[in-house]
Write a protein that binds this ligand. Structure first.
Ligand code: GLA
Length: 713
């Protein structure tokens, strides 16, 4: 392929091999370099993307790659990153290098901005790259300026474009549906285009997650090989385009989905894209995931380095069927269990249309008088008395047609004026492009916080995609709605964060319908799935762990799978942000004791599980077993979780090699979290032994599990 590509290049004579070294632009982390150079034609090319090298001149010693940010209408015949329609009807752009600048950011990252401009039109494009050295993560986004007087329209406006020239490419996508989120599948990319996208607007990730793994040369492996993991920080429609051209080269374009999103930029204004965040690992998917976890905790997730609260949630314990007495008693149960917080879920609001089911009441955020005669205040008081924090569920972007809000403000609803309404979960989406709606949505949170300042946590839900797409507010700019909806949401979340910096929030969307890193700037955690069956959760959590740290993934013990023991269910949930969604009287005395003890063990191990390094030892796919371990940053403590899902009665079980330990240290190994709430010493082994010979982690007992704690001696 290399020879073919060189020959074609020479024949076409379009690309000069030597770059202008003075204009080489090197974007580096401790392990990765992304290098651009300027061709004799003044255009910008990606020259290198790969392992960092000692001598910067080596980056441009070889032939350069594709144009950095390919535009519509010129000599390239594949998907462009940018498509601008100019006022004179000309829809082509040619971008030439103008300048670049690099500055250190206060948080230790380094930002490079490359400015390009069209010499025929007053358009300017800034390519931004923020490199995080230690975490080996690079963030890329673009700002497109219309410096003319008349408006231009954008058909395509990618965040980033990357080029690869390797023998083979393997793409892993993560897709599913409600209650089956983040299921990976890997395919080899051949000539042509593969797109991963969503058109759901809100609840945008219901069918596909906004991240991918791209293995270069050979299929992805956990601990070897070059893998680029990328994700878009955008809580709305996204699109990743992977296109292999006639020379076998791959282009990856990431950004907002341009579907029904033609965007007008007025003279003197600009369009800023969301961030494409990526890491390139030379040691497989495991290292890539740890890079992203570190970056997320250090720079991106709201309160990323702070502690997380364990909780008792009433959703699966009561659904809509509760009153003040029942909640007061559950708050007592939260205390008895030993968790940090009680979380009141859906069903507490609406009077004209009380929220007794998901058919009505959404939008009317006053407490249902006959359920909660003394309001939320009685509950926050009770929580205070019991020494637990109080959290509450809201879904402020949505409305049931059977609500006072809908009766009063139909103009705030995204709905077509001349057609029957189509409902998803009996509800519609409010038009967040409208500043009045933004005020209202902010007001839902602000009113609750003003009235009940003891609220410490909110579960912010979003159960419907955008249906019946039409905005009363956007008028002639209907194709702005998908983008402006998300921007409106961020404006609201910015206001909430500014006014209530200590309020913690869970991003929820009918399970994992919202799972992106821009959202997590505002939320401390997300709800990965409404599926809380522990077996299914082993798969779902493994999927999300490719990109998100344990600390961001809420994992609750429920009664979805009654044939799984309380221990099995809890062991699974302990690998995330632990919570319970259960009636204590559904637990036997022994199980209650087990859960109380498990919470204590979890609190002790939080620094390892939530802030340590995750190693996926045995993946659950095509296996009867799975195991994951977490190692504290100082390698002095580790926790190993091993699960037998549906093993055969007779199986050849082999040792599992541990990872991430210090080979020179001896570890004392204890089995903890035993079903009788005890622990016992298992053995002492060196880190080298554990990583070379391993431990017999698995058994042939169905749905059994073990947790080992390793402590450096
Ligand atoms: C969604 C959430 C659930 C629960 C319900 C309440 O489905 O994912 O956890 O909060 O809404 O209606």
């Amino acid at each position: 392929m290399k020879l073919k590509s060189l020959l074609t290049t020479m024949l076409l004579g379009a690309v000069s091999v030597a770059a202008n070294a003075a204009n080489d632009i090197v974007i580096e982390t401790d392990n990765t370099a992304l290098v651009y150079s300027v061709g004799d034609n003044g255009r910008l090319y990606q020259h290198y993307l790969g392992k960092k090298m000692k001598n910067p001149a080596d980056y441009t010693a070889g032939p350069r790659g594709g144009e950095a940010y390919i535009t519509h209408g010129m000599e390239d015949y594949f998907e462009p990153a940018l498509h601008i329609n100019h006022p004179d009807g000309n829809s082509s752009s040619v971008l030439k290098y103008v300048s670049h600048a690099t500055k250190a950011l206060p948080d230790g990252a380094k930002e490079t901005v490359i400015t390009l401009a069209d010499d025929q039109y007053p358009d300017k494009v800034d390519l931004h790259f923020v490199a995080y050295p230690r975490e080996n993560v690079i963030k890329a986004y673009t700002e497109i300026f219309n410096n003319g007087k008349k408006p231009v329209t954008l058909d395509k406006f990618a965040s980033s474009m990357l080029h690869f020239d390797r023998p083979n490419y393997y793409l892993t996508q993560f897709n599913g549906d409600w209650i089956s989120e983040a299921r990976p599948s890997e395919i080899e990319l051949k000539f042509g285009k593969k797109e991963l996208d969503t058109k759901l607007g809100a609840r945008a990730n219901m069918f596909v997650s906004p991240f991918f793994q791209l293995a270069l040369d050979e299929p992805s492996r956990e601990n070897a090989g070059d893998v680029l993991v990328g994700t878009l920080g955008w809580t709305g429609n996204f699109r990743f385009t992977f296109e292999v051209d006639q020379l076998g080269k791959l282009r990856v374009i990431s950004g907002i989905n341009p579907y029904f999103s033609k965007y007008t930029v007025k003279g003197g204004e600009s369009f800023k894209t969301p961030e494409f965040i990526f890491t390139l690992s030379n040691n497989g998917k495991g290292q890539a995931s740890r890079n992203l976890h570190d970056w997320a905790r250090n720079y991106q997730v709201h309160k990323g380095n702070d502690d997380r609260m364990t909780l008792l949630n009433n959703w699966e314990a009561t659904y809509f069927d509760f009153d003040e007495d029942k909640l007061v008693s559950l708050i007592g149960e939260a205390k008895q269990l030993g968790v940090d917080m009680f979380l009141l879920d859906d069903g507490w609001f609406g009077n004209k249309y009380p929220r007794h089911s998901d058919t009505q009441g959404l939008g009317d955020w006053d407490e249902t008088a006959n359920k909660l005669p003394n309001g939320i205040g009685r509950l926050t008081e009770e929580a205070k008395k019991q020494g637990v924090k109080f959290g509450i569920w809201v879904e402020p972007e949505m409305v049931n047609p059977k609500s006072e809000l809908y009766e009063q403000h139909k103009d705030w609803v995204i709905t077509l004026p001349n057609r029957d309404e189509y409902y998803f979960r009996n509800q519609l989406v409010l038009d967040l492009s409208n500043p009045k709606v933004q005020d209202y949505v902010f007001g839902v949170v602000d009113n609750l916080m003003t009235k009940y300042p003891d609220i410490a946590f909110m579960k912010w839900d979003c159960n419907s995609p955008i249906t019946n797409i039409y905005s009363n507010y956007e008028k002639d700019n209907q194709t702005h709605l998908y983008v402006d909806y998300v921007r409106g949401l961020y404006k609201v979340l910015d206001r909430i964060q500014a006014k209530y910096p200590d309020l913690r929030m869970m991003m929820c969307s009918g399970g994992g319908g919202r799972t992106d890193y821009e959202g997590l700037k505002y939320f401390t955690e997300f709800w990965p799935s409404d599926n809380t069956d522990p077996i299914d959760r082993l798969f779902i959590q493994w999927g999300y762990s490719q990109v998100f740290p344990a600390k961001t993934q809420c994992a609750h013990v429920t009664t979805w799978n009654k044939s799984a023991s309380a221990k099995f269910r809890t062991d699974v949930a302990m690998m995330g942000k632990l919570g319970f969604d259960i009636n204590l009287h559904d637990l036997s005395e022994n199980d209650l004791k087990f859960c109380q003890n498990a919470i204590k063990e979890y609190n002790r191990l939080k620094p390892v599980i939530l802030d340590g390094d995750r190693y996926g030892l045995v993946a659950p796919y095509n296996s009867n077993h799975t195991a994951t371990m977490y190692v504290g940053k100082d390698k002095k403590q580790a926790a190993v979780f091993a699960f037998d899902m549906f093993p055969l009665n007779v199986e050849h079980l082999t040792n599992v090699k541990l990872q991430g330990l210090d080979p020179n240290v001896t570890y004392s190994i204890k089995e903890i979290n035993k079903s009788d709430a005890t622990s016992s010493h298992y053995a002492n082994y060196s880190g080298e032994y554990l990583m070379t010979v391993g431990l017999p982690l698995f058994s042939t007992s169905r749905m059994s599990s073990r947790v080992y704690e390793l402590t450096a001696m």
